[in-house]
Design a protein around this ligand. Structure first.
Ligand SMILES: Nc1nc2c(c(=O)[nH]1)N[C@H]1C(S)=C(S)[C@@H](COP(=O)(O)O)O[C@H]1N2
Ligand SMILES: [Mo]
Length: 575
């Protein structure tokens, strides 16, 4: 196509017009994106919160995240990893929307088709989720349609006057701007005649002081209407999604946990050491680490929740309601959970008092036998409402430890973030291999036949928790005063028990730390060592020995595939 040269006198106002059009083009794109998100939010309220495109795309990204990257995200963003991911998706969406808006100035239909393609990404993401339902594609479809429509609407207002007149006359599809109309649009001159039935022949040139080359008023009205409608749809959708959560919250508020038939012994008085900065022996629920792939915390109504138990060696498939479980004999136990993604010295371990149903009882009632007793299934796969799968050895579940379906945490029904209404807790296994939250199905199968979610992403099939110890105080780079300095922290070796903790300074001799009283072999133990600290820079190191006699190896390994090893060390400057 031919470049045109403006005659000098008209250049300035025209450049202003052009810049304005470009800015408004980008704005149209952003508005189309906002309208897409708003309508998606509204439609997702009718389907379910997880079907929102940002959540679906984010979930699909999480699903495709290899072990090392997941680990990186957990390490650097912690529980904010999901927020970072969603902000990233929204930022990408905004960039793409601006690009589409600019493209629509020239290639209106092509840009609208681009919006549709973007919607398709949402559709494919929704369909790729492990727990997808057909209706999950609806919010993305709505978003694509709305985005395309808004883009057409707004960019039509930005079209040069001549082609706009045509748009106004025909309600037929807007002329695609690869025509003469488009080069005219760029040069600010009227179209020499377009394809889609536009009048041929030169139109009168607007004078230099001419009114805007496009429909400013029309654009402002359409843009304002779009902004208002998308904000309205978004707010309404959010409100409807929240109301859905309210029924779940009511069902949780109505739960009265019965007294456990087998209560936990009181925590021994000596289990908690009076040291500032040490992790509390029992971790309050609101300070308990959270690691999961759920971009939206599932809010499940306990009154409609069901648990299905089936698979290899199950005599007859069973279904339980929440009330069924509450009516059963409950056990109460203190158990320390640990995430396999916890770095040496990291924060992803927590100790809570759990109330629940003994898992072994349920399995035995259903006819399940341990592999060592001839049972055909060696893997118990727990599936959550949002599609997480977690596989645990049947042998371990039935070996007498307090594996349970937990209903309560620290005396209250499970918080939503920690799995309400029901989660699995198995002492001694990392969370990804035991602790399924928002449980919805238990299936007996074999490790040969099925790989659970994280196993498919490079983590080990079987994952007992490694013996670890952590220095809670002093903190890294602390500057304590010379003299007695308490060095203290926690050590864990779930289901084996912690036997000894030792501390050394600057690679010198190991000193045996004082261990707090043991609650159970399934809980961590606090420890403390009094250091007579001389001035200067020093490195403190800790290591634990478990009841099998095994001492933590000094060899530093990363978390993938089955948990980090190495000694935690802290560098301080004594003043
Ligand atoms: N449904 C579901 N359950 C899950 C996960 C998950 O992503 N989804 N993450 C597991 C992992 S990796 C860990 S370490 C524990 C963490 O439990 P918490 O968040 O209650 O501390 O939950 C496990 N259960
Ligand atoms: Mo984990």
């Amino acid at each position: 196509m031919s470049e045109r040269t403006d005659s000098g006198g008209r250049q300035a106002p025209r450049r202003g017009q052009r810049v304005l059009r470009v800015v408004l083009g980008g704005l149209s794109g952003l508005l189309a994106g906002a309208a897409a998100l708003g309508s998606a939010e509204l439609v997702s309220a009718a389907v379910r919160p997880q079907s929102s495109p940002v959540v679906a795309v984010g979930g699909a990204v999480v699903d495709r995240t290899p072990a090392s990257l997941k680990d990186y995200a957990v390490r650097h963003f912690g529980t904010n990893d999901k927020l970072v991911l969603q902000l990233g998706i929204v930022a990408l969406l905004a960039l793409f929307a601006v690009a589409l808006g600019l493209a629509a100035l020239r290639l209106r239909r092509t840009a609208a088709a681009g919006a549709a393609v973007f919607g398709l990404v949402g559709v494919l993401a929704a369909l790729s989720r492990p727990d997808h339902r057909a209706a999950d594609v609806l919010p993305s479809l709505a978003a694509a349609f709305v985005a395309a429509a808004v883009l057409m609407l707004l960019s039509a207002r930005l079209a040069p006057a001549a082609s706009r007149a045509v748009d106004a006359e025909e309600s037929a599809p807007v002329a695609e701007a690869e025509s003469g109309a488009e080069s005219a649009a760029r040069s600010g001159e009227p179209a020499p005649g377009g394809e889609d039935g536009e009048p041929q022949g030169p139109a009168p040139e607007p004078p230099a002081s001419s009114p805007p080359a496009f429909d400013r008023r029309g654009f402002v009205v359409a843009a304002a209407a779009t902004a208002a409608a998308s904000a309205g749809a978004g707010v309404l959708g959010r409100a409807l999604n929240d109301r859905r959560g309210a029924a779940a919250a009511r069902s949780r508020a109505a739960v009265v946990l019965p007294r456990p038939a087998s209560p936990a012994a009181a925590v021994p008085r000596g289990a908690a050491l009076p040291v500032d900065g040490i992790s509390p022996f029992l971790t309050p629920a609101d300070r308990f680490y959270r690691v999961d792939t759920a971009l939206v915390v599932p809010r499940i109504d306990a009154t409609t929740w069901r648990l299905r138990l089936h698979g290899l060696g199950v005599r007859r498939e069973v279904e339980y309601t929440y009330a069924d479980l509450l009516r059963r004999e409950l056990i109460e136990r203190d158990i320390t959970l640990t995430c396999v993604s916890n770095q040496v010295g990291g924060p992803y371990a927590g100790n809570a008092r759990w109330i629940g149903v003994r898992l072994a009882d349920l399995l035995r009632e259903a006819g399940v036998r341990a592999p060592s007793r001839g049972g055909p299934a060696d893997q118990l796969v727990a599936r959550s409402v949002e599609g997480m799968t977690i596989g645990s050895p049947v042998e371990t579940v039935l070996d007498g430890r307090d594996a349970m379906l937990a209903l309560g945490m620290n005396g209250s029904p499970l918080p939503f973030a920690h799995g309400f209404p029901v989660r699995v807790v198995i002492p001694g296994l990392y969370g990804y291999a035991s602790a399924c939250k928002w449980l919805h199905e238990l299936e007996l199968t074999t490790f040969d036949a099925y790989d659970a979610y994280w196993v498919r992403r490079g983590w080990s099939r079987r994952a007992p928790i490694k013996t670890q110890s952590r220095i809670d105080t002093p903190k890294p780079f602390a500057t304590p005063a010379a003299g007695p300095v308490p060095v203290a922290g926690v050590a864990w070796a779930q289901h084996r028990g912690v036997d000894r903790v030792e501390v050394r300074v600057d690679g010198g001799a190991w000193h045996t730390a004082t261990l707090a009283a043991e609650d159970t072999v399934d809980t961590w133990r606090q420890w403390r060592w009094e250091w007579d600290a001389p001035p200067g820079g020093h490195t403190l190191e800790v290591r634990a020995t478990d009841r099998t006699g095994a001492t933590q190896t000094s060899r530093r390994t990363g978390t993938v595939p089955n948990g980090a090893t190495g000694w935690h060390s802290v560098v301080v400057t004594v003043t």
